[in-house]
Design a binder for this molecule. Structure first.
Ligand SMILES: Nc1ncnc2c1ncn2[C@@H]1O[C@H](COP(=O)(O)OP(=O)(O)OP(=O)(O)O)[C@@H](O)[C@H]1O
Length: 310
C-alpha cells in the first residue's frame, strides 16, 4: 500500500520503489523573479498509476507539470521522468511522453483524421517490439469518440469535440507517460464518463502512467490511484482518496428515518452508534446511510489547515 503523507510531506512518494519510479521529483523549487512558487516539492509515481494533482488556483500545479514535461526550467531540485532529466531530454524521450495542452487551436483547416494521421507519422520511428506506434487513426478516433467527426475540419468542432481532439493528439504516439492538464473542461457528462473509461483503458491495457490536474473532486476520486494536494507551492497530502479521508480526523455522518422523521448524527465511530440505534429502534429504522468524509470535505479541510500554517 502506498504510504500516506500529510502536512510537511518532504518525503512524499518515497514508498514507491526506486526502480518502479516513472516520475521521481526531489526537493523541487521554482522561483519566478523574487516569488517562490514551489517549495521543496517531492513525489514519485509508479508505472501504470494515475496520479491526480489537486490544489487551489495558483498552487503551482501547472508549473510542476510544465517542469516535468520539459517545457519550463526549474530553479533547483532533482527531476527524473522515465529515467531522464526533462530539462536535457531529447526527441526519443519526448516521443514516449504525451501532453494534453489546454486546447489545440492551430490547423483549423485540417480534417480531424488527416491531422491525427499526420501527427502520428512522427512517432513511427519510435515503435518498439513491445509497442507499435502510432495508434492506428481509426482506432484512436473511436476510442476518443470522434469517429463521426473524422472528416470535420478542426475549426468546425464543438468545444467538447475539440477537447477530445486534444486528448487524441496527446495519446496518438501511445505514450508511456501522459500529462493531462484539466482534461475534461467543457465535456458533457457522457463525454466525461467516456473519458474516464479511456483513462482506465490506457492504464489497464497500455500500462500508461498518467499525471492529471483537475478541479473536479468527483473526477479525482473516480480516477486517482493516488492524490497529491498542492497548496501554496507545497505538497500537503499524498495518498489514495480513502487514505486521505481516514487521516483527516473527521466524523462520519449517520442518516436515518423513523416514523416518517429524518435524523442526522455525526459520529467519530459510526459502528457502535448504528448498533445501538438498531438495538433501540430495530425495524422502525429506515433509509439508514453512513457517509464518510467525502474527498471534498477532506480537501477543504487540508487546504484550509495548510493555509493557516507558514
Ligand atoms: N510565468 C510566470 N511568471 C511569474 N509568475 C508566474 C508565472 N507562471 C505562474 N506564475 C505564478 O506562479 C504561481 C503558480 O501558478 P500555476 O499556474 O502553476 O498554478 P496552478 O496551481 O496551475 O493554478 P490554476 O489552478 O489557477 O491553473 C501563481 O502565483 C502564478 O501567478
Amino acid at each position: 500500500m502506498a504510504g500516506t503523507t500529510l502536512a510537511g510531506a518532504s518525503e512524499a512518494g518515497v514508498s514507491v520503489p526506486v526502480d518502479e519510479r516513472v516520475i521521481d521529483v526531489r526537493d523541487l523549487r521554482m522561483r519566478y523573479g523574487t516569488k517562490d512558487v514551489l517549495h521543496e516539492v517531492s513525489f514519485a509515481a509508479r508505472r501504470g498509476e494515475v496520479l491526480v494533482l489537486l490544489g487551489p488556483n495558483g498552487a503551482g500545479k501547472t508549473t510542476t507539470i510544465e517542469i516535468l514535461e520539459g517545457f519550463r526550467m526549474r530553479s533547483s531540485g532533482e527531476v527524473n521522468v522515465l529515467g531522464v532529466d526533462p530539462a536535457t531530454a531529447g526527441e526519443a524521450w519526448r516521443a514516449q511522453v504525451g501532453v494534453v495542452l489546454q486546447s489545440w487551436r492551430d490547423h483549423g483547416k485540417w480534417q480531424v483524421r488527416e491531422l491525427l494521421g499526420h501527427l502520428g507519422m512522427y512517432y513511427r520511428r519510435y515503435s518498439t517490439d513491445a509497442k507499435t506506434r502510432p495508434w492506428p487513426v481509426d482506432d484512436l478516433l473511436e476510442v476518443v469518440g470522434l469517429t463521426a467527426a473524422a472528416t470535420t475540419r478542426v475549426a468546425r468542432l464543438s468545444g467538447g469535440q475539440r477537447r477530445r481532439l486534444d486528448v487524441a493528439i496527446g495519446i496518438v504516439g501511445r505514450p508511456d507517460l501522459l500529462f493531462l492538464d484539466e482534461p475534461t473542461v467543457g465535456f458533457d457528462p457522457a463525454a466525461r464518463r467516456e473519458f474516464h473509461d479511456l483513462v482506465h483503458r490506457l492504464t489497464d491495457v497500455d500500462d500508461t502512467t498518467i499525471l492529471l490536474t483537475t478541479h473536479d473532486l468527483d473526477e479525482a476520486e473516480k480516477l486517482a490511484d493516488r492524490i497529491l494536494i498542492l497548496s501554496g507551492g507545497r505538497i500537503i497530502a499524498d495518498g489514495s482518496a480513502d487514505e486521505l479521508s481516514r487521516r483527516v480526523a473527521g466524523e462520519s455522518e449517520v442518516r436515518w428515518s423513523r416514523d416518517g422523521q429524518r435524523f442526522v448524527h455525526a459520529a467519530a465511530n459510526p459502528v457502535p452508534f448504528v448498533r445501538e440505534l438498531l438495538v433501540q429502534h430495530g425495524d422502525a429504522v429506515e433509509d439508514l446511510e453512513v457517509r464518510r468524509n467525502s474527498l471534498e470535505d477532506t480537501y477543504m479541510r487540508l487546504v484550509h489547515d495548510s493555509e493557516g500554517s507558514p
